[in-house]
Ligand binder design. Structure first.
Ligand code: HEM
Length: 406
């Protein structure tokens, strides 16, 4: 009872703000906690999360799971998309789809995007400098934290800049699919968003078929015959949709958190300002300290035990990535934000077959942003309390008020 109320407290406004004390308590009293309310075993230890994500006994919830668990939703666009997308497929089907995008997000492509990353970052920081130049404060997330990842994932996929704002709004609607408790409004918003985004990406693919460009949409069309069976039109559109949505919501979370964490830890900020070589470490520590994706679910493929607790076939477990990153067994003094941590390696990008293929791009964005921001604005300050997104699964600031003139 106490463990359950601890867990459910992370769904309150205060708990969303700072879920870490409740998660630490849950890890202490019941690290493999069966939640009646969420219908899942909640894992808060690093070792258990790692085992479930990488071991063969667990699968992501897929189309069959959806048909059994959410029969009324399975034909709706939101559920149908999520549980047949890359994030909702297992085994051979997953490898087939993943093979199509893995190359497009690899180190070489991220390096090729480096100049674009630096340039877009600089342009957005110009706008932020203009908005704060006369001494006032501006919402950093609105001017930089949100548009930067959208512009980059847009450039990667081939979405023109003029379309990106509209797609971002829709993408936020689709992001509600990842919430552990989805209201009828969440489903309705996600359904509308997915239907419109599917149409957008199907049209983009048709355009690229007629006139290829140097982007992911064209690369997918190019490579489609390299996998067996070849992907359908719907699968290709859904891949673009997933990359788009997965690519910006999460990275916006990282950018806001990294800036906020440094500004609220002045000793760490001083260290990074004195040695810009520490910028990548600051990005890693931000990922560890406040994971942009709080949790992810898996389903037992057969009866299995997690740390001695029996999970039946078809049973759900939830790996709380944010809690795993603060497990004292894995990271000494886990609640301290310290860029000089000898081993950050967070679980924030998950692990195993669904390990985030955009991790290198996200890290490059974080590094470009912090590098330029700290160099350009020596008097950067937080001018008021930030406002968090009203979401549990995706942790992000909606409003981060900053000034640059000190
Ligand atoms: C800080 C930024 C990011 C974080 C924290 C993040 C986190 C994650 C996590 C936790 C997963 C796996 C979920 C699971 O295991 O169930 C994932 C998957 C995925 N991410 Fe990211 N991500 C980020 C940025 C990106 C970017 C920039 C892209 C693309 C440009 C991207 C594309 C994807 C895709 C396509 C998947 C599905 C992979 C699969 O199911 O095989 N992500 N991400």
């Amino acid at each position: 009872m106490y463990a359950e109320s601890n867990l459910l407290s992370i769904f309150t406004p205060e708990g969303r703000q700072d879920p870490f004390p409740a998660l630490a308590e849950l890890r202490r009293i019941d690290p493999v906690h069966h939640s009646e309310a969420l219908g899942t075993h909640v894992l808060t230890r690093f070792a258990d999360c790692q085992e479930v994500l990488t071991g063969p006994a667990f699968l992501v919830p897929d189309r069959d799971w959806c048909a059994a668990a959410l029969p009324d939703r399975r034909a709706d666009p939101g559920a149908e998309f999520l549980y047949s997308s890359l994030l909702g497929t297992n085994g051979a089907d997953h490898s087939r789809l993943r093979g199509l995008i893995a190359g497009a997000l690899g180190a070489r492509q991220v390096a090729a995007l480096r100049a674009t990353t630096e340039k877009i970052t600089e342009e957005l920081l110009d706008g932020f400098a203009d908005a704060t130049g006369s001494g006032g404060a501006a919402n950093f997330q609105e001017l930089v934290g949100r548009p930067l990842p959208v512009a980059l994932v847009g450039a990667l996929i081939g979405v023109p800049r003029a379309e990106q704002g509209r797609l971002e709004h829709l993408g936020r609607g689709a992001g509600r699919l990842l919430e552990p408790l989805r209201s009828p409004e969440d489903w309705a918003r996600a359904d509308r968003a997915v239907a419109e985004l599917r149409e957008y990406f199907a049209t983009l693919l048709r355009e690229r078929r007629a006139c290829p460009a140097d982007d992911l949409a064209s690369a997918l069309l190019d490579q489609r015959r390299t996998v067996d069976p070849p992907p359908t039109e719907r699968e290709l559109a859904d891949l673009l949709l997933l990359v788009f949505v997965a690519g910006f919501e999460t990275t916006t979370g990282l950018l806001g958190t990294a800036v906020h964490a440094l500004l609220t830890h002045p000793d760490q900020l001083d260290l990074v300002r004195a040695d810009p070589g520490l910028v990548p470490a600051a990005v890693e520590e931000s990922l560890r300290w406040d994971s942009p994706v709080l949790m992810t679910e898996r389903i037992a493929a057969r009866p299995v035990e997690v740390a001695g607790v029996a999970i039946p076939r078809g049973g759900s477990v939830t790996a709380v990535l944010a809690a795993a990153n603060r497990d004292p067994e894995r990271h000494p003094e886990p609640d301290t934000f310290t860029v000089r941590r000898p081993d950050h390696r967070p679980l924030s990008f998950s692990a195993g077959p669904h390990y985030c293929p955009g991790a290198a791009l996200a890290r490059a964005e974080g590094t470009a942003l912090l590098g330029q921001l700290l160099h350009r604005f020596p008097k950067l300050t937080l001018t008021g309390p930030p406002v968090r997104r009203a979401a549990v699964a995706l942790r992000s600031f909606d409003d981060l008020p900053l000034a640059t003139t000190g």
